[in-house]
Design a protein around this ligand. Structure first.
Ligand code: HEM
Length: 537
């Protein structure tokens, strides 16, 4: 639109130093004024921030854009920063990252004072124009407890073990596909992109645990409906907007209802809604068959709805199931791929693991029972060591400092973090802290766990140190009131599938000299796990 000349002249004459000449002058003046105002605002905010005393990159203290730019390698950047600045580093105008193992119990406790920050808010749906939090994103502690209470009992170890038949059937499908596609055939074993195949496995397994039905990724050998790729994009989007929450209000949750941000996650919602409707129908028509079926999460949530109708409606059942898909599939796939890569990269580790598993004398044609796999200390050590160095979630778990502030330990001269500050510990950093792990903190050495357990039997100090190490590795699943609900399930799956693969196959890396590439898209995902498999003699 062209503005009338007189109006432009009048407006531009209001800007000091700019004569009533041209529209271009006015535009320059407006841009300059905005720039000066915004810069001024940044300078004042920076100069008056109570976090100014905390060290960190200068730009990070001004704008969250700095950390957004680091996203895909923020776990490595965090290591560099702690090395340079110490255990407390300012990585955003209102965010400090901490490398104090002893603070984990305070920050991630059960006392409901430490709430999740805005980082999590965006991973919620908009229903009827309102942001509706799920169990994971809910910031309010009381509301979180209300949402969690009806379903928590379905995630205990004993409840998870009742899902073992689903895990077995998916592992059976997994090895059948590996045999058929990569082991058999006249030309002998073929290269197998195991990283891709564990992803199909984890996605089918997640669906089997929830709906008693695989989606068919293993069967088809591809992400045939695009849901895996879409979910990854959704998680990567959450990583970015979590760090600059206002972006999500522009890109996704804007009042105009325009979707400029993440790809829709509607396929998972639609699948969940259809499965729920079908299950309710079956229950009505054939209650005896429904009661006799192996339980799954859908069944559990329907039961929770019957027991707690005031908390769990049908929309909540769909929300719980979608969350399990989002939180449980790629996380498990990434940990499984990391354990395989690390054990194979250190050939003696895989050899010892395979020898221990085979000594159990389980049938190599069948999935190894959890009760048998769990008896193997070396398998346990391989898993712990993998989680220590490749903790899956590659970002700090942000929490808001409550009233009273946070006192720093060890007479840290910075002493006190003020209330309202966002703070976070990154499991990747904790897993490499030399005060916990010693000088070889960066080395993959499962034997350290066996040594530590032996030492713990001999001395109180060693026992206390082992407990600290166990707590640090456990932090891979978070801690306290917001600890991962799927922790037991994930561990049962890991024990079983690693034991089954080691029991059935001789495995080697196809390109042992190559390093895999790890990218951080909130989750740490390694790429380049390519192997050759032979069914063992
Ligand atoms: C190796 C696998 C997994 C890892 C490393 C992992 C890690 C985590 C972490 C770190 C959190 C806490 C986030 C925070 O406090 O900011 C979390 C929460 C959660 N996880 Fe997992 N997870 C895994 C597998 C699973 C599985 C298999 C499921 C479901 C079957 C699951 C369901 C959840 C849920 C529902 C929450 C939210 C809990 C709450 O806020 O009450 N996770 N997970």
């Amino acid at each position: 639109m062209d503005w009338p000349r007189a109006r432009l002249d009048h407006l531009s004459s209001l800007v000091p130093g700019v004569g009533p000449n041209t529209a271009a002058d006015l535009a320059v003046a407006v841009v300059t004024a905005v720039f000066v105002a915004v810069s001024g605002w940044f300078v004042v905010a920076w100069a008056t921030s109570p976090l100014r005393k905390f060290p960190g990159p200068l730009l990070a203290g001004w704008t969250n854009l700095w950390r957004v730019a680091q996203s895909s390698r923020c776990h490595l950047k965090a290591m560099e920063l702690h090395e340079k600045y110490g255990p407390v580093v300012r990585v955003g105008p209102n965010l400090l990252i901490l490398d104090y193992p002893e603070l984990v119990r305070t920050i991630y406790g059960t006392d409901e004072k430490w709430c999740k920050t805005e980082f999590y808010k965006n991973s919620s749906a908009v229903i009827d124009g309102k942001i509706t939090f799920n169990l994971f994103s809910e910031p309010d502690a009381a509301e979180h407890t209300r949402k969690k209470r009806p379903v928590a009992k379905y995630f205990t170890m004993s409840a998870v073990l009742r899902l073992e038949p689903h895990i077995d059937s998916t592992i059976a499908e997994f090895i059948a596909q590996l045999d058929e596609r990569f082991v058999k055939g006249p030309s002998g074993p073929k290269e197998c992109d195991l990283g891709r195949w564990v992803t199909y496995f984890a996605w089918d397994l997640s669906s089997s645990n929830i709906f008693s039905k695989n989606v068919g990724y293993l069967d088809q050998g591809r992400d045939f409906d695009g849901a895996i790729e879409t979910t990854r994009k959704v998680i990567a989007y959450f990583q970015i907007v979590g760090q600059m929450p206002w972006l999500d209000y522009v890109l996704d949750k804007n009042p105009l209802g325009l979707k400029l941000g993440p790809p829709g996650f509607s396929l998972a919602g639609q699948r969940a809604a259809e499965a729920l409707a079908a299950r309710l129908q079956t229950q009505k028509l054939d209650p005896a068959a429904a009661a006799a079926a192996t339980p799954d999460f859908l069944q559990h949530f329907i039961e929770a709805s019957a027991l707690h109708p005031d908390v769990v409606g049908h929309a909540d059942i769909i929300s719980y199931t979608m969350l399990l898909i989002l939180a449980g599939a790629d996380t498990s796939a990434n940990l499984l791929a990391a354990a395989m890569y690390m054990a194979l990269k250190h050939g003696h580790v895989w050899a010892r693991l395979a020898a221990d598993v085979r000594a159990l004398a389980c049938d190599p044609a069948l999935p190894v029972p959890y009760a048998a796999a769990r008896t193997l200390p070396y398998l346990d050590a391989v898993l712990r060591e993998t989680m220590r160095l490749h903790p899956v979630v590659g970002m700090p778990l942000e929490r808001r400092v409550p009233a009273g502030g946070l006192a720093l330990p060890n007479a840290d001269p910075l002493k006190m973090i003020p209330p309202g500050t966002a703070v976070g510990v990154n499991a990747y950093v904790l897993g490499r802290n030399p005060s916990l792990w010693g000088a070889d903190a960066d080395v993959f050495r499962p034997e350290r766990w066996l040594d530590a357990e032996a030492a713990a039997k001999e001395s109180e100090d060693a026992r206390a140190r082992l407990l600290r190490q166990l707590a640090a590795v456990d932090f891979v699943f978070g801690a306290g009131a917001r600890i991962c609900l799927g922790k037991h399930l994930a561990l049962v799956e890991m024990f079983k599938v690693l034991a089954t693969l080691a029991n059935r196959y001789d495995v080697e890396l196809a390109f042992p000299e190559r390093e895999w590439k790890v990218r951080n898209f909130w989750l740490l995902k390694g790429e380049g796990l390519v192997v050759r498999l032979r069914v063992r003699e």
